[in-house]
Design a binder for this molecule. Structure first.
Ligand code: NOJ
Length: 569
C-alpha cells in the first residue's frame, strides 16, 4: 500500500489570529478513539499516540469530549470533579502530555465544559444533600419543595431530555422524604443554579484551571440551558431543545436572554489569556438569529449550526439553511460553524441513507428500517465535500473520515445511553454513533487497543472501513477527506464568500445546487442531490469529486448522482 507522507508540523501559536474563523476541528470522543491499556475503553495516552493521524488528516484542532472524573452515568457528561481526569482515561499528567504533543504537531486543543449540571457524585451535590433545605449548599443546585399536601408532587411538569420527569425527590438527612431537585438530563445530573454567584465563581475557576494548563478553548455543553425562569412555570410541552414549541411560546428552561451575561464574563476571562482561545456553544436553538446571539462580538466565537445538521438531503432546503444561517451570523460578525455528525446524532453516512424526509432518529435498532449503506456512503461523501467548501469553520466527528456508518443492530443488553433505559427502549439512543474506531482491519477489536475488548461492540462491517484499508487508496473516504482539507486551505475556500450559481447544464433541474467560492470566485462547487448524472462543463478541471465522473450516453463527462465536485470552470 502507498504510504502517505506526514503533514508538516505547524505552530498553533504562530498560525495567525482568529484561527477559529476557518478552522476544521476534529471531535475526539475519548471512550472510543484509541485504547492504550486494553480495558476496552479509550483513554488519553491512546489519543496522544494517535495524534499523528489527525495531523496527517490535516485538521487544525481537536475537541475532546469529557475525560473528567465521573461515574459515567452519561458517558462523562456527568462530572464529579472538573479539575481532574477520570482514572478510566488517565491522569492530569496524561492530559498535559496530550496538549503538549498536539501543540507540537500544530493542533489546537479544545476541551468540553459541562456547566449546566454536575454529577450527583460531585462533592458540591453531596454537601447540598447533607446540609438540608434552606442552606447555602443547597442553593448551588435547583432544589424546590414539591407540590401537593405533603410535597409529594414534582414542583413543575417538566420532563427530562432523556425521558421521564425532570425532578427527583431526595431523602432528607433526618430520613424523611424531602425536596426535589431539577435535572434536565439524567437523575444523576442535577442542574446547577446559575443565578447563584457562587456557581459562577466556581465555574470561572474551572475555566482558569484549564486555560492555565494551555488548552485553546472550550466547547460549552448545553449552552442554551444554564438559566431557568425563576418562576418555574409549568411547561406542558415535551422538552425538545431545538424547537421552542409549535405555538412559538418560549420555553422556561431554554435560550433565555439572561444566559448571555454568563458568556460575556467568560469571554473577558479568555481574552485575558495570551493566544487566541475560543468558546463554542452547543446550543440547540432556532431560529438562526437566536443562535447568532451566542456569537456576538463579546460572547462566544462559534456555535454549532445544528439546523444545518438537521436539514434533509434537498438542494432547495440546503440552499435555504446555508443562506439564512450565514446571513444571521454575518450580521453579528461571526463565522458559521458547520457540522454533520457528532456523538449525539446518527452518523451522517447512515442518516443520509434513510429515505429523504425521514425525521432524524435518535438511534437506530435492528427492528427499525435500515439505512441504504451504499446510498448513505455516496451522499455522506457528497455532503462532506459540500460542507467543507462552505465559508466558515467545520467540525468533523471521529470516524467520519473513514465513512463510518452507525451501528444499527446493536443488541439492547449492551446499550448504555441513559436515553434507552429512561424511554423504556422507545428511543434507541446514541450508542450506535459511539462505537470504538477501527484502525486495523485484521486485528482484534480492529486495532482499537491492545486487547480485543471494546466497551461497545463493533459491527463486522467495520473491517471494511478500518484506517489501514483506506490509507493511501485514492478512492477511499479517508483520502477524500485528506484531499478536501488540503485543497480547502490551498484554494482559500473557508475565508471566501459564497455566491449561488446556476450549474452549467442543470437547466430546470431542482436537485442540483451550485455556488462559486474562493478568493477570485474561481471555484465552482456543484452537488447533485438526485440520481441523474449532470454533464460537466467541457474543459472544466475537476479539482476534487466525491465520486468519479462517468461518461454519459452522448460521450460527455458527467458527475454522477449523489455527488459533489469542486471544479475550476
Ligand atoms: C450534550 C452532550 O453532547 C450530550 O452527550 C449530553 O448527554 C448532554 N449534553 C447532557 O450533558
Amino acid at each position: 500500500m502507498t504510504q502517505t507522507p506526514p503533514t508538516p508540523a505547524r505552530s498553533p501559536r504562530t498560525a495567525g489570529g482568529e484561527w477559529w474563523r476557518t478552522a476544521v476541528i476534529y471531535q475526539v470522543y475519548p471512550r472510543s478513539f484509541a485504547d492504550s491499556d486494553g480495558d476496552g475503553v479509550g483513554d488519553l495516552p491512546g489519543i496522544t499516540a494517535r495524534l499523528d493521524h489527525l495531523a496527517e488528516l490535516g485538521v487544525d484542532a481537536v475537541w475532546l469530549s469529557p475525560f473528567y472524573t465521573s461515574p459515567q452515568a452519561d458517558a462523562g457528561y456527568d462530572v464529579a470533579d472538573y479539575t481532574d481526569v477520570d482514572p478510566l482515561f488517565g491522569s492530569l499528567a496524561d492530559a498535559d502530555a496530550l496538549v503538549a504533543r498536539a501543540h507540537e504537531l500544530g493542533l489546537r486543543v479544545v476541551v468540553d465544559l459541562v456547566p449546566n449540571h454536575t454529577s450527583d457524585e460531585h462533592a458540591w451535590f453531596r454537601e447540598a444533600l447533607a446540609a438540608g433545605p434552606g442552606s447555602p449548599e443547597r442553593a448551588v443546585y435547583l432544589f424546590r419543595d414539591g407540590k401537593g399536601a405533603h410535597g409529594e408532587l414534582p414542583p413543575t411538569d417538566w420532563v427530562s431530555v432523556f425521558g421521564g420527569p425532570a425532578w427527583e425527590r431526595v431523602t432528607e438527612p433526618d430520613g424523611t422524604p424531602g425536596q426535589w431537585y431539577l435535572h434536565l438530563f439524567d437523575t444523576k445530573q442535577p442542574d446547577l443554579d446559575w443565578s447563584n454567584p457562587v456557581v459562577r465563581e466556581r465555574l470561572e475557576g474551572v475555566l482558569r484551571f484549564w486555560l492555565d494548563r494551555g488548552v485553546d478553548g472550550f466547547r460549552v455543553d448545553v449552552a442554551h440551558g444554564l438559566t431557568k425562569d425563576p418562576a418555574f412555570p409549568d411547561w406542558s410541552h415535551p422538552v425538545s431543545p431545538l424547537r421552542v414549541s409549535a405555538d412559538g411560546t418560549r420555553a422556561p428552561m431554554w435560550d433565555r436572554d439572561d444566559v448571555h451575561e454568563i458568556y460575556r464574563s467568560w469571554r473577558r476571562i479568555l481574552d485575558s489569556y495570551e493566544g487566541d482561545r475560543v468558546l463554542v456553544a452547543e446550543a440547540w436553538v432556532a431560529p438562526a438569529e437566536r443562535l447568532a446571539a451566542y456569537v456576538r462580538p463579546d460572547e462566544m466565537h462559534q456555535a454549532f449550526n445544528f439546523e444545518y445538521l438537521e436539514t434533509p438531503w434537498s438542494a432547495a432546503q440546503v440552499r435555504d439553511v446555508v443562506t439564512r444561517t450565514t446571513a444571521a451570523n454575518t450580521a453579528v460578525g461571526a463565522p458559521t460553524t458547520w457540522v454533520l455528525s457528532n456523538h449525539d446524532v446518527v452518523r451522517h453516512a447512515s442518516r443520509l441513507g434513510l429515505p429523504v424526509g425521514t425525521p432524524r432518529p435518535n438511534g437506530i435498532t435492528a427492528d427499525d428500517p435500515q439505512p441504504d449503506e451504499a446510498l448513505g456512503q455516496a451522499r455522506g461523501r457528497a455532503a462532506t465535500l459540500l460542507m467543507l467548501a462552505l465559508p466558515g469553520s467545520a467540525y468533523v466527528y471521529q470516524g467520519e473520515e473513514l465513512g463510518l456508518p452507525e451501528h444499527t443492530t446493536m443488541p439492547a443488553d449492551v446499550r448504555q445511553d441513559p436515553t434507552f433505559a429512561r424511554t423504556g427502549g422507545a428511543e434507541a439512543g446514541r450508542d450506535g454513533c459511539r462505537v470504538p474506531l477501527p484502525w486495523t482491519h485484521d486485528a482484534p477489536g480492529y486495532g482499537f487497543g491492545p486487547s480485543r475488548r471494546t466497551w461497545l461492540p463493533q459491527p463486522e462491517s467495520y473491517a471494511r472501513y478500518a484506517l489501514d484499508v483506506q490509507r493511501g487508496v485514492p478512492s477511499s473516504t479517508y483520502e477524500l477527506y485528506r484531499s478536501a482539507l488540503r485543497l480547502r486551505a490551498e484554494l482559500g475556500l473557508a475565508p471566501a464568500e459564497l455566491a449561488w450559481a446556476e450549474a452549467p447544464g442543470a437547466g430546470a433541474r431542482d436537485d442540483v445546487l451550485a455556488f462559486t467560492t474562493g478568493p477570485d470566485g474561481g471555484v465552482l462547487v456543484v452537488t447533485v442531490f438526485g440520481e441523474e448524472p449532470l454533464p460537466l462543463p467541457s474543459g472544466a478541471e475537476v479539482l476534487l469529486a466525491s465520486a468519479d465522473p462517468v461518461t454519459a450516453a452522448d460521450g460527455v463527462r458527467a458527475l454522477p448522482g449523489s455527488a459533489t465536485a469542486w471544479l475550476r470552470p
